[in-house]
Write a protein of this length. Structure first.
Lengths: 204, 313
């Protein structure tokens, strides 16, 4: 009884907050409505006895939605993310796509034949998951892990404050676009024309 | 019988929260006066948190231009709720556990990972520049404390071969984790300071931002924000006592008494850092964390792993 009420309450919360994502008028609000939706799904996973997966989902999404909010605010040129904006674009296409995917998922839920095999009692799902990740599928997950690590290091290298053209907070100095004349030519020009010569390529 | 036990556990989490917050505020005041060379009057200081609360509640509430009022009101409540969930994951005595889950360490980690959301929203929602900078600053340093915190907790769980906290406590029957994993507790406490944005790591609320993320927060919200911050420290100290100092284990006295003593032993130095250690610049903290603290925490989990392998033989 309590289990059912909890399930329906958090399902409703997940759907409601998922809808609010598209009604919010700010990237930050939208990101945290989405976090609330994910947290509700995480609690449903806990109810389904996938305790570790549910908690890990909440743990990961807290950081991920925050980073997403920061990046979206940065790309939207919307300082602080407080300025009103709309989260939906190209309404007719979006409505068709939304209705079609809802019908597809609803049809799947109604007509698909789900397995009814019950998990045997006394199984520790966390342990099973660990054996799966670090036993049979170890190579797959370790490969994915190293790939992600390489991507992370590359992203940090690209966004690092210490760049090729100096520190980012000092303002970068562009490389010379002009071919610097050999020193002899400059001296000859100076001898010909007594006006001060500003040599291209020498930063004052 | 089971329901009764849950009720007792939940009530004791509430009692520990209130007592812990009050103790933290009291110790903070006493240490502050002692360091400043003022006369320490413990009995007078006992009523000081209440006087501060009354004065703060009675002050005129300030507001800003076009804040996100709902989020602003909810951010302190979110922080308090997360700290309470973290504390609920800690067993106060054998069987006295409010959140009796098989993955207690993960529950604690999930609650603490969401603290960044509460601090960011507190800084973002007033629509004011300095709080917002504080909020963004907390995101920028987030991983610098989250990774060492998670890694040393995983190392502490290794000897128990369980993610539940009670087996981690009982696995320390012969040797506490503070001895077995000497790197664990110092790294954990440093990460805890970052998590609670307290003392040397009060970066989102630093004086260089004139108070940062809670600069514009006043009235009851301010009281709740401060108490929630102290509750984060209490939760960090309680979890540290359980996973590094053997939790309820100890001779003669009942387990709960040992747990309370050990929590206080960790809580007092955490609080006192505010008066003894200068605030660290954000950039230096992030660099030191990634270059030193995170590698050390990986070394810690490596040592714990080798010990677990040797013990399994």
């Amino acid at each position: 009884m309590i289990l059912n009420v909890t399930f329906w309450a958090f399902s409703a919360l997940a759907v409601f907050s998922g809808w609010r994502v598209f009604r919010a008028d700010s990237m930050v609000r939208a990101a945290y409505w989405l976090l609330l939706s994910f947290a509700a799904v995480g609690i449903i996973l806990v109810l389904l006895k996938a305790e570790f997966l549910g908690l890990i989902l909440i743990l990961m999404m807290g950081g991920e939605m925050t980073i997403m909010a920061v990046f979206m605010v940065a790309f939207m040129m919307n300082p602080a993310g407080l300025n009103p904006m709309t989260m939906v674009h190209r309404n007719s296409v979006a409505i068709v796509a939304g209705v079609v995917s809802f019908l597809a998922i609803a049809a799947l839920g109604l007509f698909a034949r789900f397995p009814v095999a019950r998990a045997p009692a006394g199984v520790d799902p966390t342990r099973k998951l660990g054996v799966e990740l670090l036993g049979n599928s170890m190579l797959v997950f370790q490969t994915a892990g190293v790939t992600l690590l390489a991507a992370m290091i590359a992203a940090i290298a690209i966004s690092s404050a210490r760049g090729r053209y100096g520190d980012a907070d000092q303002g970068s100095v562009e490389p010379d676009q002009m071919v610097t004349a050999p020193a002899g030519d400059v001296a000859a020009a100076a001898a010909h024309d007594p006006a001060p010569v500003i040599s291209p390529g020498v930063h004052q | 019988m089971n329901a009764l036990r849950v009720v007792i556990a939940v009530v004791s989490v509430g009692a520990v929260s209130v007592a812990g917050i009050y103790l933290a505020a009291w110790v903070d005041l006493l240490v502050g006066r002692a360091v400043a060379g003022l006369e320490v009057r413990p009995l007078d200081a006992l009523s000081a948190p209440l006087r501060w609360g009354a004065a703060t509640a009675l002050k005129t509430r300030t507001t800003t231009e076009r804040p996100d009022a709902e989020t602003w009101a909810l951010a302190p409540a979110l922080l308090a709720a997360l700290a309470a969930v973290g504390l609920a994951a800690v067993p106060l005595a054998p069987g006295l556990l409010a959140a009796d889950v098989a993955n207690g360490i993960v529950l604690f980690g999930a609650a603490m990972a969401l603290v960044v959301v509460a601090v960011f929203l507190q800084g973002w929602s007033p629509n004011s520049p300095l709080p917002m900078i504080g909020g963004y600053r907390f995101i920028a340093e987030g991983l610098s404390y989250e990774i060492p915190l998670a890694v040393v907790l995983i190392a502490a769980a290794l000897p128990a071969r369980s993610l539940a906290i009670a087996p981690i406590v009982t696995s320390q029957e012969h040797l506490w984790n503070i001895v077995r994993q000497p790197l664990g507790l110092p790294l954990y406490l440093m990460a805890g300071l970052g998590l609670a944005f307290w003392g040397p790591l009060a970066l989102p609320e630093g004086q260089d931002l004139a108070g940062g993320s809670s600069l514009e927060t006043s009235g009851v919200s301010r009281i709740l924000w401060r108490t929630a911050q102290l509750l984060v420290l209490v939760a960090v100290a309680a979890m540290g006592a359980a996973v590094f100092l053997g939790g309820w284990l100890g001779p003669l006295f009942p387990g709960a008494a040992w747990m309370i003593v050990k929590t206080i032993i960790l809580l007092v130095p955490l609080i006192a850092t505010r008066h003894f250690v200068a605030r660290v610049p954000t950039e230096r903290y992030v660099v030191v964390s990634w270059a030193i603290l995170i590698p050390l925490s990986l070394l810690d989990v490596f040592i714990a792993g080798i010990q677990a392998l040797v013990a399994a033989r």
